[in-house]
Design a protein around this ligand. Structure first.
Ligand code: C2E
Ligand code: CA
Ligand code: CA
Length: 627
């Protein structure tokens, strides 16, 4: 097939004349032998009222390997064939050789029909005229009718075949491009659906279909803003069922779940369309009402309390009185407040309502929290100070398994405080207080310095080990952090790659620009980053995309029930897919069983961490390693 491949000098002379619709020299040359095979399988329709002409064209084509030919002896017959050629909206005819002069319906008219149907509009059509030489008016009439090329009788094979090849290869390219575009479109749509599903799952409670805590927090955020700008009050109710546990314990989970759904439905009927009802933990609901005054809010809370007080839950012949305690927290336009404060206040008020004997409504008041926070801060602050001054913090290390090499390559450093009688205190006891009381800063710096020392002191055979360290969100707003890390790495000669900072998604998002800049600088040193608790705050897929981290660490709550929970499975698979798209490595925490680990391997997760692999321990090394 020397006239097809290479040879520009041949390419320049395939046809006596190249009209604007013919293929350029370059395209012509680029038809590879492999493509030619594909072109030869394409379907050619020959339309001519003279059978001899059809046979002649067929013979020429066949000789060059184009055997997929069909023919029609008149315009109407050609159109009939074209109609039959459409399958799933696509015609399987790839090119039409069309005689101009035919009785009844001439070639121009056939051509015009073809062009007016979307299924046929892109099929190349070569007009074949009885004229022996170029004639402007025939050419114009042909192209006006929509022809893509024109040839003059008698047709020679050396002329016909290159024209057919050019037209077919152009069409094939266009078909392929179109198909790829459609595939991309489908892919995109699928991704959108997946994202939407993720968003839904993340914002809603599976059992009741109500909003979940996350969604409530978002709504609270908005409500606070609106309250400030529109100068109105909003109310948050925290509703805790008094006797849910009794039903759940006596009647089992299934009945317990049914009760939760039926309470959800009851509450749903009581609230306005603008109000938000959420289930925020197993037996706690919250209602956010915007534009409501304090007095009306209290009345509403009382009526909800009464509703639940009147509600009797029947199981066979047994009857349960459920009842609820309700805490109310008011958002006022003149009082700056954060989402977590509103929630904490409502929670606090609910707690007070409970301690006052249940089935009560309590409105938050300043004294409630003061007592509460003071109690814990008064208790913890001296202990934290003492721990900082007298070396009573310890780092524990939990192994992280690299699933591709089956080796432990990382450890997560987790802080502990040595308590009064030598007992170890876990961080959830003192980190929140430290954050509130401004002590977190010193803890963060202690952790960074200490972790680097640990790395420095590891024996040679563990020099490949790296540490993941948790830092509070405040750390990344602290100008001291970067110089500390830089100097400490320099003075200890520990490679920066051996440090991975874990930062939670919520912390990252809260102070996005500033945190991102700090992350960028630390990464420039060579340190790595992991987005901790990934998935717990999913509204931020966009942020994740923009956030320069190396690892995504799937929140443990998605992992613990993985084996039995199909929703978690879907979510985790989606998260792995997202990580792949973003070219980040993925870590799963809270891996508590062999079965979970097997699933994670199957999903293509890169690293696993959890009690099944190893509990946090005093030393690095000597860990249980699953087969
Ligand atoms: P995190 O970063 O999500 O850490 C994982 C927590 O889950 C650790 O609790 C760990 O002991 C626990 N864990 C590990 N494997 C499993 C498992 O298989 N199942 C279950 N249920 N839990 C598992 P820990 O040590 O109490 O830490 C709690 C949180 O305190 C950490 O959550 C982190 O946010 C914070 N934290 C820990 N160390 C530090 C620190 O040095 N600095 C700061 N700022 N925060 C820290
Ligand atoms: Ca962590
Ligand atoms: Ca985590």
């Amino acid at each position: 097939m020397s006239y097809i491949v290479n040879k520009p000098e041949n390419a320049a002379t395939p046809a006596p004349r190249q009209n604007k619709l013919a293929v350029s020299d370059l395209d012509y040359v680029s038809v590879s032998p492999l493509n030619l095979e594909a072109l030869r399988r394409m379907r050619i329709l020959i339309v001519d009222d003279t059978l001899d002409n059809i046979d002649l064209a067929k013979a020429m084509l066949e000789k060059s390997g184009f055997t997929n030919t069909v023919s029609a002896q008149s315009g109407p017959e050609a159109l009939e064939q074209m109609r039959e050629s459409i399958k799933d909206g696509v015609s399987d005819v790839d090119i039409v050789l069309l005689d101009v002069m035919m009785p009844k319906m001439d070639g121009y008219e056939v051509c015009r029909h073809l062009r007016s149907h979307s299924e046929w509009a892109d099929i190349p059509t070569i007009m074949i005229t009885a004229n022996a030489a170029w004639k402007d008016d025939i050419a114009r009439a042909s192209f006006d009718a929509g022809a893509t090329d024109i040839m003059f009788k008698p047709i020679r094979r050396s002329e016909l075949i290159p024209r057919v090849i050019s037209a077919l290869s152009l069409k094939r390219e266009r078909d392929l491009r179109k198909r790829r575009e459609q595939e991309l479109e489908t892919e995109l749509a699928e991704r959108k659906v997946m994202e939407a599903r993720l968003q839904y799952l993340v914002a809603h409670d599976d059992l009741t279909g109500l909003s979940n805590r996350r969604r409530l927090e978002q709504a609270l955020d908005n409500a606070i803003n609106e309250s400030q700008t529109q100068k109105h009050c909003c109310a948050l109710f925290y509703i805790d069922l008094d006797q849910f546990k009794v039903v759940n314990d006596l009647e089992g989970h299934v009945i317990g779940d049914r009760l939760l759904v039926s309470i959800a439905n009851r509450l749903r009927r009581e609230i306005g369309t603008q109000d938000l009802l959420a289930r925020i933990s197993s037996d706690e609901y919250a209602i956010l009402i915007e534009q409501i005054e304090e007095k009306a809010a209290l009345e509403k809370a009382q009526s909800l309390r009464k509703l639940l007080d009147d509600f009797l839950y029947r199981v066979d012949d047994r009857e349960y009185h459920i009842g609820a305690s309700i805490g109310v927290s008011i958002i006022r336009p003149d009082e700056p407040i954060t989402t977590s404060e509103v929630l904490a206040r409502a929670d606090q008020a609910c707690y007070v309502a409970k301690t006052h004997g249940r089935n009560m409504v309590h409105m938050y008041s300043q004294e409630d929290t003061e007592m509460h926070t003071l109690r814990s801060a008064v208790y913890w602050v001296p202990l934290i100070r003492d721990a900082l001054a007298n070396h009573k913090f310890r780092l524990f290390f939990q192994p992280v398994l690299d699933l591709s090499s089956n080796e432990v390559t990382h450890y997560e450093a987790l802080i502990r405080m040595v308590g009064e009688n030598g007992a170890l205190v876990t961080p959830d006891n003192f980190i929140p207080v430290a954050e509130r009381m401004g002590l977190i800063h010193d803890i963060d710096l202690w952790v960074v310095g200490h972790a680097i020392d640990v790395l420095k002191n590891l024996p040679e055979d563990k020099s490949h080990i790296s540490l993941n360290i948790n830092l509070s969100s405040y750390a990344f707003q602290d100008p001291e952090l970067l110089p500390l890390v830089r100097d400490k790495l320099a003075s200890t000669a520990v490679a920066a790659e051996r440090l991975t900072f874990e930062i939670t998604e919520t912390a990252a998002v809260a102070n996005f620009a500033q945190t991102r800049e700090m992350v960028r600088q630390l990464r420039a040193l060579g340190c790595r980053f992991a987005l901790d608790d990934f998935g717990a705050g999913f509204n931020s897929f966009n942020y994740v995309k923009q956030f320069p981290v190396d690892y995504l660490k799937i929140d443990g709550t998605f992992i613990t029930n993985l084996v039995n929970d199909p929703i978690d499975q879907t979510l985790v698979k989606s998260m792995v897919e997202i990580a792949r798209t973003l070219q980040k490595q993925i870590i799963a925490e809270f891996v508590e069983s062999k079965e979970i680990l097997a699933l994670l391997r199957q999903y293509g997760v890169d690293y696993a961490q959890g009690y099944y692999i190893g509990v946090p321990g005093k030393d690095i090394g000597g860990d249980l390693q699953p087969e």
